[in-house]
Design a binder for this molecule. Structure first.
Ligand code: P61
Length: 889
């Protein structure tokens, strides 16, 4: 099926793995310690490890499979699952598991290939393990074929077969990672094999990539999909072997499959000698499960197209930059011998060492030392963003341009295998390359809804044109909220899994207290299950009935709890915040004149506290300046009014100060945050945002023990123990790790700059959004997007619904529907801001997703005049935006 290049990943990020960024000095030291052989470096010393074996991002279902490993010696359920997956996807009736691809090779050789045999093959990469067994591997690749460079030269093959001594013909899908074979050629090889009474053994470790190539380039095969092509290829072989750490995206494992019961019987009698029982073959139960799930999932059409798109894009960028290379299905195979001809026989390892020195990337040639001068720069499947790949490509281009500065490694110790090499080196003086990208790799993914536009139209009608009522399975890119939707890191998961749960006091509680104290500088920290629980307690402790609570714009839950405690919220945010077109950089600031007027009119005693939100959500994620925090605090402490931050998005606010206030340009975000918190008496936090966790909150007091004690009393009544706030011990552990990760400067910059990127793309297309672009979301101005729709016909609600239909993106209305009706008149409030919020989850979407979102909204902008408003068909009294239902006008 031919199709255009995909714009973005057909999935979102579920878990991330944090990257290391060693400094130049550290890289020099690590290289020397590794004997200048990058094989000896470890991932903690490396930024990007450019290898595709066992390094792919799994799906969340595969990851879950790790936990349902049926670790039985015989007949495990995981093996039965593997049998089903092989039958369904590969079409073979028998499967023999092996610990890795080498286990499969070993079984074939020991059951079928006597010493002195000749194996015709289109690949070279198994020679390392075959030739030491006295097997002659004859290269029968068709060098004249321009497109399917892995095709077998049939005339040559027949010559070899005529010589006898050929128990099998070995064919690799995408041989050596570089050479695809056509289905027609594979079928011709099978015919020849049958004619000569030998067996065709297909290695399908990269069968997906080969199927993609056939779909795209083989005449008459373009109408088939990946799934059917995979099956056709496997069924064409007598025996099929596969590396579980390649296309099935497991971290280990292998399989040997066939339809021939006699061959299978040989394999299973031999597997017990070399690998393990025939129902596990040297794989853990969990690996069997992950391989089985991987096989079931690997032929997903959209995913394969994304993987191959990334490879094509990466190699093209390198070619355009003048890097000599050969095409690979999983990356680029760089001609190190051409880049560093003066390095002679050490060209490959010199190239690898120089690349690491330049930027911390590892690309390594493995196994035996051969004569080809190629260094594979492979892409771990689904684990990197295009932006990261672009930067790796740029680093390689930069290295090639500096090649004449690089002298060859000098051999200190050697052996026939590359891991045996060690060197000495005079370090070249290179212009280093610095990455500026997400400081994490993708560890697991979650596939997302792929409805057609027609199906989405039906879905939104069924949801009463309310995006809150859409099932998330129908959503392609979910921009409803950044609350509780972050991708956790593997470090967070490790902490989560490592706890000993208790309803009393845990080590994790003490660790969390320490982490919060270090971060915020507050003495009393009380965990809560989320933000509104902290707001409830703070309001009850601090507000006397009838008191005022001035704040910088309301938030729904915050204001509600203030009112439930008998308080009255007074908006004292600067006027600019209510004007979506104002470009004032600190639209979250409190207007000192407005605040002064409230205090002058009612007296300081009438004010419970200041409700001071960082990065003000309802204003568009707009930051507060450091000066404003100081001013408000100075004034309030002089008149005896406490200041409480809503520090839900405090880190984003701190980054805005680093970015926009030149005095803080060189101050780490962590230190800016600490200073911000000095200008308050305490805070509430919904941890579900900046704290990088899916559940949790905080109520903290700088030094007032009395407030803390009263709060703990309410906590015990409403939430849980003072040592957990009603959270699981595991969640405490995840929070303690999350708050360390959130103040990483690289992370928070990439986070907020992603929002800026989306905003810029929309602005460039002339689309009306709230400016300046805030930190966690881009807000579309529905009044200007749909000026022909009256506010009482809910333009923002309609726009959010239509964005879903057009693009599969789910957004949130923040306008007339959210604000509600004035109870005294029954009329809608018709607020100044009639917005649609496109909210970005943390570490979940890539910048290519941002491009896909922008393209969709721009398409809608072009047909905006055809859109009409909505009317309520069901309107709840309170918080009507959650459950309300509408009909088209
Ligand atoms: C959101 F439609 N925000 O932005 P809790 N303070 C602040 C928040 O942004 C916040 C809370 C307190 C949400 C979720 C949400 O009407 C709505 O942990 C600045 O959710 O209890 C939450 O923290 C409350 C969305 C909440 C809404 C209420 O999407």
């Amino acid at each position: 099926m031919s199709r255009t290049a995909p714009v973005a990943e057909p999935h979102k990020i579920k878990t991330v793995r944090l990257l290391a960024f060693p400094t130049l000095e550290e890289r020099k030291k690590h290289l020397a310690d590794a004997g200048f052989n990058v094989f000896n470096l470890t991932p903690g010393q490396i930024t990007f490890d450019m290898t595709s074996g066992g390094t792919s991002a799994m799906s969340q279902e595969q990851l879950a499979g790790q936990l349902v490993g049926d670790e039985a010696y015989a007949g495990s359920r995981n093996f039965e699952h593997l049998q089903r997956a092989v039958a369904d996807v590969l079409g073979h009736g028998y499967v023999c598991p092996t610990h890795s691809i080498l286990g499969a090779v070993k079984l074939i050789v020991s059951t079928m290939v006597p010493a002195g045999s000749v194996i015709p093959s289109n690949g070279r990469n198994r020679m390392d393990v075959l030739t030491p067994r006295d097997v002659d591997v004859v290269d029968v690749r068709d060098r004249a074929e321009p497109t399917f460079t892995g095709n077998v030269d049939l005339v040559h093959l027949e010559e070899v077969l005529q010589g006898g001594k050929t128990p099998i013909v070995d064919v690799q899908a995408f041989a050596d990672g570089q050479h695809p074979i056509s289905l027609a050629n594979l079928r011709a090889v099978r015919e020849l094999a049958d004619r000569y009474g030998t067996r065709l053994v297909l290695e399908g470790s990269r069968i997906i990539e080969n199927a993609w190539y056939v779909e795209r380039h083989e005449p008459a095969q373009g109408d088939r999909d990946i799934r059917s092509l995979v099956k056709l290829m496997v069924k064409t072989s007598h025996i099929h072997q596969m590396d579980g750490a390649q296309d099935p995206k497991a971290n280990a494992g292998g399989i040997l499959t066939t339809d021939n019961p006699a061959d299978h019987e040989h394999f299973i009698n031999e597997v017990v000698v070399f690998e393990g029982l025939h129902t596990y073959g040297g794989m853990a139960g969990r690996t069997l499960e992950v391989v089985a799930r991987g096989i079931e999932e690997m032929a997903d059409e959209d995913e394969v197209h994304w993987v191959m798109h990334q490879t094509e894009r990466f190699t093209q960028r390198l070619r355009d930059g003048g890097v000599p290379l050969e095409r690979g299905c999983d990356g680029a195979y760089v001609r190190a011998d051409q880049v560093l001809p003066h390095a002679g026989t050490t060209a490959r390892d010199t190239f690898s060492a120089a690349l690491y020195l330049l930027c911390g990337v590892r690309a390594v040639a493995m196994h035996r030392r051969g004569s080809e001068g190629l260094v594979p720069v492979q892409i771990p499947r689904l684990a990197m963003t295009n932006e990261q790949l672009d930067q790796v490509a740029d680093a390689l281009i930069s290295l090639v341009r500096q090649a004449d500065r690089i002298s060859g490694l000098q051999v200190v110790e050697e052996g026939p295998w590359r891991d045996q090499m060690s060197y000495h080196w005079v370090l070249p003086d290179l212009e280093p390359f610095a990455f500026d990208t997400f400081p994490y790799q993708i560890h697991t993914i979650e596939r997302v809804g792929g409805l057609t536009q027609g199906q989405r139209e039906k879905a939104i009608r069924a949801a009463g044109y309310n995006t809150f009522l859409l099932p998330s399975a129908d959503v392609s890119i979910d921009l409803l909220t950044d609350s509780g939707t972050s991708a956790m890191s593997t470090d967070q998961w490790a902490a989560y899994d490592g706890v000993r749960a208790t309803p009393a006091t845990s080590e994790e509680y003490h660790q969390l207290m320490q982490a919060w104290r270090d971060l915020l500088g507050y003495q009393f920290n009380i965990p809560t299950h989320q933000g509104r629980a902290a707001e409830h307690i703070l309001s009850q402790v601090m507000i006397h009935r009838g008191q005022l609570v001035p704040g910088n714009m309301y938030f729904t839950t915050t204001k509600l709890h203030q009112e439930l405690a008998g308080g009255v919220f007074v908006d004292v945010i600067v006027d600019e915040a209510h004007d979506p077109t104002s470009n004032f950089p600190w639209k979250g600031n409190i207007d000192m004149t407005k605040l002064g007027a409230v205090v002058d009119e009612h007296g300081a005693d009438a004010v419970a506290y200041i409700s001071f939100e960082h990065s003000v959500n309802m204003a568009g994620g707009q930051p507060v300046s450091m000066d404003n925090m100081k001013e408000v605090y100075t004034y309030c402490s002089s008149v005896g009014i406490p200041v409480f931050f809503d520090a839900t998005r405090c880190v984003e606010n701190a980054y805005m100060i680093q970015w926009k206030d030149p005095r803080y340009a060189r101050t780490p975000v962590r230190d800016i945050l600490r200073e911000m918190m000095m200008y308050g008496d305490g805070c509430t936090v919904s941890g579900k945002k900046d704290f990088l966790i899916n559940i949790g909150g905080l109520l903290a007091f700088r030094d007032n023990a009395e407030w803390a004690e009263e709060s703990e009393e309410l906590l015990r009544i409403y939430e849980g123990n003072v040592t957990d706030g009603g959270l699981a011990t595991a969640d405490l552990a995840a929070i303690a790790q999350g708050v360390k990760e959130m103040v990483d400067d690289r992370y928070i910059r990439s986070r907020v700059q992603q929002t800026q990127l989306l905003g810029r793309m929309l602005l460039d297309a002339g689309i009306p959004i709230v400016t300046p672009v805030g930190t966690h979301a881009v807000f579309l101005d529905a009044k200007r997007f749909l000026p022909h729709v009256d506010q009482d016909e809910y333009p923002a609600q309609r726009l959010a619904a239509e964005i879903f239909v057009e693009t599969g993106v789910r957004a949130m209305e923040r306008g007339n529907v959210s604000k509600g009706r004035d109870p005294s008149t029954g009329e809608n409030y018709r607020p100044a801001l009639e917005l649609v919020r496109l909210t970005l989850s943390r570490r979940v979407y890539t910048n290519d997703h941002m491009r896909a979102i922008a393209e969709g909204v721009i398409r809608l902008w072009k047909k905006r005049e055809s859109l009409k408003g909505l009317k309520f068909v069901y309107e709840p009294d309170k918080l009507r935006f959650f459950q309300g239902r509408f009909e088209l006008l």
